[in-house]
Design a protein around this ligand. Structure first.
Ligand code: ADP
Ligand code: MG
Length: 325
């Protein structure tokens, strides 16, 4: 069966018109997501996780960014070629979205019930009263008590967690087959984060949605993802099943990410923090993007660019010297 979403060799550039230079944001991303599957994107801040997600939704900041090449296939469409009206059928309807900041994603001057109703009416021909009923049942489904009262509130009258529940209700309201969630709990109190994540995964399971989710929390990946792609400098450097990757990381960057976590670091070894910074989009890189920070880099790593290859079944790595087993 064809995958639900496949991103092929996606390249995104950043144009600095003032300095007349072009930077690279995504250097050929390949990702596949099957129906009902959960894929996590992981990596330090600035690795290109959000821009990958925004590319799928045609929400890149354009300009200064631009898709240089690549394909994004969703069902039978190439999203990179979709224009105007076509997006109405996709965004919100076929693909639900939950972003990091619920307060900036919701309209501050419209009651939340009305915002969900508007979303539903935009994508289907149902009567006003049916839309209202659906709003109340959705608010109930996402665990908001007293849906009638909540529906009448404005976003600022609700807590961050409640707003994110409203966002989840909105994201599932039109029966999408894919949900994209970009760090959906980062802006929330720690105590609320787990509840919202549990709700998100419970809803996507019940509604059989595939999920592309972004997080920097590897514990969440371990508990919720079917597959994980580790991004570095706009590239996938490792991909596979979380249990495989966490027990046998192959890429030195993945090892570094894992060893920064107390529960993954090996006993007796000091916590390893990856030295240095993610390269800026304008930095000229030859060879492997990670070489300048890599404890295992050899001469050829600075000259040649490694390809992503299948190191063992289902586990892909972009490194000349993967750790092996
Ligand atoms: N609006 C923007 N204008 C210019 N550069 C941006 C913008 N947003 C993000 N970037 C750059 O794009 C790169 C990838 O960013 P992003 O995808 O947001 O990273 P992540 O989500 O992994 O933290 C980074 O170098 C970041 O600085
Ligand atoms: Mg981001």
């Amino acid at each position: 069966m064809a995958p639900l979403l496949s991103i092929e060799n996606l390249k995104v550039v950043l144009k600095d018109f003032g300095k007349n230079q072009t930077g690279i944001i995504l250097r050929g991303i390949n990702l596949v997501l099957n129906e009902g599957e959960r894929l996590a994107l992981v990596g330090e801040s600035g690795c290109g996780k959000s821009m990958t997600a925004l590319s799928v939704l045609n929400l890149l900041p354009q300009p200064p960014m631009e898709i240089l090449s690549g394909e994004i296939r969703f069902k039978d469409k190439d999203l990179t070629r979709l224009r105007g009206e076509g997006w109405r059928e996709i965004r919100g309807k076929e693909i639900g979205i939950v972003f990091q900041e619920p307060l900036t994603s919701l309209n501050p001057v419209i009651r939340v019930g009305e915002q969900i109703a508007e979303m539903i009416r935009n994508h289907s021909n149902i009567s006003e009263s049916t839309a209202q009923e659906k709003v109340l049942s959705l608010l109930n489904e996402v665990g908001l008590p007293d849906p009638e009262r909540i529906a009448r509130q404005y976003p600022h009258q609700l807590s961050g967690g409640m707003c994110q529940r409203v966002m989840i209700a909105m994201a599932i309201s039109c029966g999408p087959s894919l949900l994209i969630a970009d760090e959906p709990t980062t802006a929330l109190d720690v105590t609320v984060q787990t509840q919202i994540l549990d709700l998100l995964f419970q809803m996507t399971e019940q509604h059989r949605l595939a999920v592309l989710f972004i997080t920097h929390d590897l514990r969440i990946v371990r508990n919720h993802a079917d597959r994980v792609a580790i991004l570095y400098a706009g590239q996938v450097v490792e991909e596979g099943r979380p249990d495989e990757i966490f027990s046998h990381p192959q890429h030195p960057y993945t090892e570094g990410l894992l060893e920064a976590l107390p529960e993954f670091s090996h006993k007796g070894r000091p916590l390893f923090n990856i030295k240095g910074l993610v390269p800026s989009p304008f930095e000229k890189i030859t060879g492997c993007c990670f070489a300048s920070r890599c404890p295992r880099a050899k001469e050829n790593c600075l000259l040649e660019e490694p390809e992503l290859f299948e190191k063992s079944r289902g586990q892909w790595v972009r490194c000349f010297y993967p750790s092996g087993r």
